[in-house]
Ligand binder design. Structure first.
Ligand SMILES: Nc1nc2c(ncn2[C@@H]2O[C@H](COP(=O)(O)OP(=O)(O)OP(=O)(O)O)[C@@H](O)[C@H]2O)c(=O)[nH]1
Length: 308
C-alpha cells in the first residue's frame, strides 16, 4: 500500500474588481459564503471557504482588491491584502479572459512579486465561457508575456469558468497539489470559520447592493446589533431575531435604501432573510434599520466600530 501525503494550507484569489474571485471561491467550496455581486469592490472581509478532500485541505481566503488608497478605509484594506498574501501558500491571480491584461493587473502581480515571502502564484484565466477558444489562447499568450515581463514563473496557468463549471476540478487539484504537507486544520464538513455574525452582515449587505449604482455600493456597511433566539418557541421550531443596521454616508443614500414608503428596505429584508435562513437552517425574523454615519469611510472611530 502506498502512503499518500496529506496536504493542507491557505490560498487566496486576487485580481481586479469583478475578476470573478468570489464566484470562484463559492464554486470551489460549493456553498455560498463569499459575497458575489455584479458591482465591483464588494468583498471586504477575509471570508474563508474550506475545501476538504481525502488528499488534503485547502483553506480559501477571500481578500478585498488592492487599490490606490484614497481614504483611510482604502489604506486599511490594502494593509489587509498584503498581510493576507504574506500568510498564504498559494495566490491565484484571476485574469478574466474577456478583459485585456492591463496596468491594474500588472500592478497587483508586481506587488506580489515584490513580497519577501513569496507565495506560489497560479494564474486563473477566468470566465472562459464568455469568449471564443481563440480568444482564450491569445489571452494565455498574454499571460505568458506578463510573467516574463515581471520575472515571475507561474506555478500553473488554468483557463476556467466558475459559472459553467469548466475546469474547476483542475483548479482544485492544482491548488491542492501546491500546498505543503500538513494536518487537517478544520473538521470535515466545516465550510467557513467566519463568525456567523459576519456572514449574516455580508448577506444583508449583498441584498442591499442589488440594483444600486455608482457611489452607493462603497457607502453601505452593515452592523449586526443583536441575534437572539425567540424565547417562547418550542425546541424543534426555533426562531431567531436578528437586529441589524444598514449604515450609509448621506441622507440622500438613506432615502434610496429605504425607498418609496419603505418598499426598497422591505425587499432587502425579504431577500436577506431568505439567504440567512438558508445559511443557518433556522427561520429568522429580521429587523433592519437605516442609519447615516457621515463620511464613515474616512473616520477611524466609525471604521473601528464597523469592524475594519
Ligand atoms: N460568465 C461568467 N461570469 C462570471 C464568472 N465568474 C464570475 N462571473 C461574474 O462576474 C461578476 C463578478 O464576479 P465576482 O465573483 O463578484 O468578482 P470579484 O472578483 O469577487 O469582484 P470584487 O468583489 O468586486 O473584487 C459577477 O457578476 C459574476 O456573476 C464566470 O466564470 N463566467
Amino acid at each position: 500500500m502506498t502512503e499518500t501525503t496529506y496536504r493542507s494550507g491557505f490560498a487566496c484569489f486576487v485580481g481586479r474588481p469583478n475578476a470573478g474571485k468570489s464566484t470562484l471561491t463559492n464554486a470551489l467550496v460549493g456553498q455560498k459564503i463569499a459575497i458575489a455581486s455584479s458591482k465591483p469592490q464588494t468583498t471586504r472581509h477575509a471570508v474563508r471557504g474550506i475545501v476538504t478532500r481525502e488528499d488534503g485541505q485547502l483553506v480559501l481566503i477571500d481578500t478585498p482588491g488592492l487599490h490606490r488608497p484614497r481614504t483611510l478605509l482604502g489604506e486599511r484594506l490594502n494593509d489587509l491584502v498584503r498581510e493576507t498574501w504574506a500568510e498564504v501558500d498559494v495566490v491565484g491571480v484571476c485574469l478574466p479572459c474577456d478583459q485585456r491584461i492591463g496596468p491594474g493587473d500588472r500592478y497587483i502581480v508586481s506587488q506580489i512579486a515584490e513580497l519577501r515571502n513569496k507565495p506560489k502564484i497560479v494564474v486563473l484565466a477566468t470566465k472562459t465561457d464568455l469568449v471564443s477558444k481563440a480568444r482564450v489562447l491569445s489571452h494565455l499568450v498574454d499571460v505568458g508575456k506578463l510573467g516574463e515581463e515581471l520575472g515571475i514563473e507561474w506555478a500553473d496557468v488554468i483557463p476556467c469558468s466558475a459559472t459553467e463549471d469548466d475546469q474547476l476540478d483542475v483548479v482544485a487539484d492544482v491548488l491542492m497539489g501546491l500546498l505543503p504537507e500538513g494536518p487537517m486544520y478544520y473538521p470535515d464538513g466545516e465550510i467557513t470559520d467566519e463568525p456567523e455574525e459576519t456572514l449574516i452582515a455580508e448577506l444583508i449587505r449583498e441584498a442591499a447592493l442589488e440594483g444600486v449604482r455608482d457611489e452607493l455600493p462603497h457607502s453601505i456597511a452593515v452592523m449586526i446589533d443583536e441575534i437572539i433566539p425567540r424565547a417562547d418557541r418550542p425546541e424543534d421550531k426555533p426562531l431567531l431575531d436578528v437586529f441589524a443596521t444598514l449604515v450609509v454616508e448621506r441622507d440622500s443614500q438613506k432615502g434610496i435604501v429605504i425607498g418609496h414608503r419603505g418598499s426598497r428596505l422591505k425587499e432587502i429584508g425579504t431577500e436577506a432573510r431568505q439567504q440567512i435562513n438558508r445559511l443557518l437552517g433556522t427561520p429568522v425574523h429580521l429587523s433592519l434599520h437605516v442609519k447615516v454615519l457621515k463620511e464613515w469611510q474616512r473616520d477611524s472611530k466609525h471604521l473601528n466600530r464597523l469592524g475594519f
